[in-house]
Design a protein around this ligand. Structure first.
Ligand code: SAM
Length: 285
């Protein structure tokens, strides 16, 4: 017996996509984002690329991916630079949270206490919207006090997330914050800002934001870092790219400095540069 379909069950005619996006267009995007940001997009990311970039096509008035990509590749001057940045911003994945991978923070606090009162430099790269660097700043204040001589350089390739990190405004129910930390480190918004929280000035005093692409040949970042957080970004890079980044990372760190990695990142192929010290915590050799 054939099933009876109500009007709601009637299969819908799939609507045609707004822009044509073929395999050759996807390959072109893959090549361009790999060259610019080191990000390796696998074949399953075609739908993601379509949905992230179609907004740019619409805003710029292109009627196909082919036309947009051709324009992008030929664009020069400040308009070109600006669109390359938009292209990168669209294709990065910025998922983050306060005190993500919580097991790292007691290790960080112990390292801060061990290093003690000397002036310290920390680098939080791939900092996204700021939850991670502010988690580091809270740990610094809790371990060493608000007057500690510590600076945290926070960087990312994505200018949009960095602008949001700089503002330091989050939803009051943001994941990962205990009620004590909310009280101690944040101001609650009122009126039209109710439902939002803002990091206190003493956290902002410690952090400094800067756009930095881990693919850049030259890393002019100042004095060597005592501690580096590089979490959940190497997963987007292939093995040769990871190796190049680790070699540069090694150059900008103090001997025995700690490097914190993401939960699915493993640098054991680069034991000559970084020795495993704990769960996804490495020591610069
Ligand atoms: C998934 S988020 C990780 C955020 C944070 N580190 C964490 O673990 O919660 C990855 C971040 O890496 C940044 N990123 C991707 N490619 C990069 C590159 N070549 N240089 C610097 N940052 C990059 C993205 O913009 C994004 O904000």
């Amino acid at each position: 017996m054939s099933a009876i379909l109500s009007p709601l069950d009637t299969p819908q005619q799939a609507s045609a996509p707004e822009f044509s996006f073929g395999a050759a267009d996807f390959e072109r995007v893959r090549t361009l984002i790999y060259q610019r940001a080191g990000i390796s997009l696998h074949a399953g990311k075609q739908a993601m690329v379509y949905s992230r970039l179609s907004r740019r096509l619409r805003e710029l008035g292109h009627d196909s991916f082919g036309s947009y990509l051709q324009w992008l590749e030929r664009a020069t001057g400040s308009a070109g630079e600006q669109e390359w940045q938009e292209f990168v911003n669209c294709l990065t994945t910025n998922l983050t949270a306060f005190f993500r991978e919580e097991h790292h923070f007691p290790v960080l606090a112990a390292e801060l206490a061990r290093l003690g009162s000397k002036s310290l430099r920390i680098w939080c790269n791939a900092a996204s919207t700021g939850e991670e660097p502010y988690s580091l700043a809270m740990t610094v204040i809790e371990a060493l006090g608000a007057k500690a001589d510590v600076k945290i350089l926070c960087s990312d390739i994505d200018t949009k997330v960095l602008a949001s990190a700089r503002r330091g405004v989050y939803a009051a129910d943001a994941r990962g914050l205990s009620p004590e930390r909310l009280r101690r480190h944040f101001l609650r918004g009122s009126g039209t800002n109710s439902g939002s929280i803002r990091v206190k000035a003493e956290l902002q005093r410690i952090v400094e934001f800067r756009v930095h692409n881990l693919m850049d040949e030259r890393w002019a970042l100042g004095d060597a870092f005592d501690i580096v957080f590089c979490r959940n970004v190497m997963i987007y890079f292939d093995a040769p790219t990871q190796r190049r980044v680790l070699e540069r990372m090694h150059r900008v760190m103090q001997p025995h400095g700690l490097l914190f990695a993401g939960h699915s990142e493993n640098f054991s192929a680069s034991r000559d540069l970084f020795r495993l010290r704990g769960k996804t915590v490495y020591e610069r050799v």
